[in-house]
Design a binder for this molecule. Sequence first.
Ligand code: ADP
Length: 448
Amino acid sequence: MFKKVLIANRGEIALRIHRACKELGIQTVAVHSTADANAMHVRLADESVCIGPPAAKDSYLNIAAVIAAAEITEADAIHPGYGFLSENARFAEIVAAHNITFIGPSADHIRVMGDKIAAKDTMGKAGIPLVPGSDGAITTIEQGAKVAEEIGYPVLVKAASGGGGRGMKLARVPEELENAINTAGSEAKAAFGDASVYLEKYLELPRHIEIQIAADSHGNVIQLGERDCSLQRRHQKVLEEALSPALTPEQRAEIGEVTRAAIEKLGYLGVGTIEYLYENGQFYFIEMNTRLQVEHPITEQVANIDLVREQIRIAAGHPLSLKQSDVKFAGHAIECRINAEDPVNFTPSPGKISDFHAPGGPGIRFDSAVYDGYTIPPFYDSMIGKLIVYGDTRELCIARLRRALAETVLTGIKTTIPLFEKLIEEPEFQSGDYHIHWLEEWLSKANA
Ligand code: ADP
């Protein structure tokens, strides 16, 4: 096992990784920007290294500074968390070139899945169901028009290198196609330096359902069931549940096994998530994330597993601590992403937390790095905590969520807690009958 792991991240996920390391008897190194000198991940880690000024590009994304910190502290592995350098294939290669273990998959797998066209092609060949669309990139408007006619409107123009919902444009009718192709391409060129786009059938009212997998270097590949992440705003997940209220046990077992078998075929190593859209009983692959996800805790709760612990064990060459036949699901879990934002117009609300009290009691887990008197810097993501709730039934889970939201004290800044308090009283949420556009429709009605 590793002696010392450098955590190349900040916030709640840096703490989550620190906790898994400590339970495995591993020393931790925190890296931080000057803006995070007083952050909780820095306080808790065994050692810390300042790697640059506040801007992420000069600190958390500064590969040379992260590697230097690992060398100075003699860390034998680096955990990238999510975001920042976690899906940077070049970073994974550089880490390996310095004889440090990258806690994640191979650089080749990161690279393939980072290109949506290559990912679709690879996954299709491995037996994963795809959204009907163009076979590779669209190079001319005429070619795009031909494909769109074949698959039928509406179509979605998507950037090969897109992410975070950027580089995606809808064309409902043929007249909108040219503009959609051009804007998606130029948006992607500006944001990611790559203008290639492809076409996909636009699914009208799907759910977003993703499968968690884990694969070790001993040939064991397991799937850990799904998470339903259909409640989104601007393509960003807001609340997630495991398991999905929309699937039957048979559907769950079937898509789980299709996904598991494909990952086995790919020879993938580490944890990962295969994201699907789900409509009318059919699954359609959209992308694979080759890292730990923000919403991993809900899977941990229902499958009784520590995914970060498994991830570290896999990277150290250990076998998975359970086989597929050991994977059993119990109860229900929901995660709310608590953001430092105005709950109505979503403008960021950084600043000093004057009073903080975390919710507790049965079935409550609060993953956060905030504390009383902590000042949230304005430079990073606005997510400041994750309220994870679990119970034997979905009903009990919602009751506990209501109770936990009411218990939480987080003053001095605005948070999205009031949004969740309203959302969980909605009949559609309570019945589980929602799709990926439902939350935005509800928000525009609520704010009208
Ligand atoms: P990103 O990498 O930008 O997050 P994804 O491909 O994962 O892009 O898609 C993000 C979201 O966009 C999905 O969760 C879904 O809401 C929507 N989306 C993507 N592809 C389609 C599609 N073919 N039809 C309808 N909605 C889609």
